[in-house]
Ligand binder design. Sequence first.
Ligand code: NAD
Length: 502
Amino acid sequence: MMVENLGHIVNGKSIHDYGTPIEVFDPSNGKVISTISNASDKTIENTLNNSTEAFNEWKTFSIAKRSSILFEYKILLEKNIQKLAEIISKDLGKVHDDAVGEIRRGIENVEYACGIGEILKGEFNKNISTSVDSWSEFSPLGPVLGITPFNFPAMVPLWMFPLAIAAGNSFILKPSEKDPLGSMFIVELFNQTKAPRGLLNLLNGDKSVVNKLIKDDRIKAVSFVGSTPVAKNIYETSAISGKRCQALGGAKNHALILPDADIDYTTDQLISAAYGSSGQRCMALSVAVVFSDIKDEFIQDLERKVQKLKFGLDDLHSNSFGPLVSKEHLESVKNYIDMSEGEGARVLVDGRDLLKRNNSNDGYFLGPTIIDNVSSDMKSYQNEIFGPVLQVMEVNKLSDAIKLINNNRFGNGCCIFTRNGEQARTFSENVEIGMVGVNIPLPVPTSFHSFGGWKNSLFGDLNIYGPDGVRFYTQRKTITQRWPSSGSSKGVDLSMPNNLKQ
Ligand code: NAD
């Protein structure tokens, strides 16, 4: 059966390049559902020119017009939630409600961008020196680039382009080659608004396309979300080309369970955050650090509930999780489970066995897995697994738990489960992690705050979306002005202007 080549979206139109096709799979059955091709040099050149023209037109649009287009976009997204969720389910294997959740979190960022008049206000000082007023404005940068990962084909692009565009920039999106359909659909929806064509372009392809785009002088800033090695590389390459970059990377997120935690609540929360989306979330909880006093009780409850989890080819609309994104990724996660055993850890619930019991229909399914007796010297602990695997570690002291978490090279998210406010406060003050939850397993900041980890989870100075996003997508211009009355000149003064003397 012939499958469709998806092409690119440039200047509001579908553009096709027919190089070597990259296959896009339905992860629930391993069948090819479409193909993409790397954007050719000609397409890249046309896109960069088109995005530059669109920027020159768009930067003159009033705040009121920009804001009304974002409102229009929000309404279109709301109307199309079900359709978009279906596309994401097919292309990525995310279960329906989970896909709806990601779209909702994405829409929050469009809502934030609708208030651009409020969030882009400059800073003003009257009479900063005698009869001198001074203010700072935040000007757009030009065409900016967003490179996004497979696991949130709608939400992560929506972290980027609505705010970049609201701030007056044009945007080129390069989505993941593994599941481009959801990203393409949200770009098509944007093109149904009254925005100038070419304001939001989408180029498909792999790293070769990324490498050409980031080095081009017409691109003024790069937002990247993906794995840590690539994030670091994109950050370094952007810096060498003299452009600003925010590059968000991978994670290893710990949950600390204190002896006074409510076990039933905690295991429910942990399971939701460890296995939702098959563990393919950068904020997924992948390590449970449990106090020895309660470990047996905790493990018993956890194991009992995990054995009952729905996954695989169960109804993908139900409270379950689907396949991993690709065959290669399934192999990589399975290898980490094998590796843990080799390193001396104990597989308590084995997703590899559960898989055999389930009719996997050639899909990339893996059952939920719990690995106990994990220690910090194990490679399977040090690396991001990014699958439905929860590793369990044991501690006796809060300070030891904080030290363990701080020694990990990632610093995206973490959380603590306790009823003790003092211990929770000590934890959140001392843990070297960008996003901390207290009895909240997935502390993903809302659109009014900004998202970003520490250490190897983010390269760059500013977090993504929210107030940091506004600063990232704009440059400051400071104007100092005086309107002298005639005859007021005090003559030439060669010394550095001294505001106290003026
Ligand atoms: P990935 O790094 O393989 O790919 C991300 C993007 O970069 C894709 O668009 C891909 O085409 C491009 N790319 C891949 N290799 C490249 C290279 N060598 N040079 C230039 N571009 C390249 O990531 P993925 O597998 O799509 O996504 C999963 C990863 O993303 C996980 O590590 C996860 O933790 C991370 N992630 C992080 C966040 C966050 O906010 N920190 C959010 C979501 C996902």
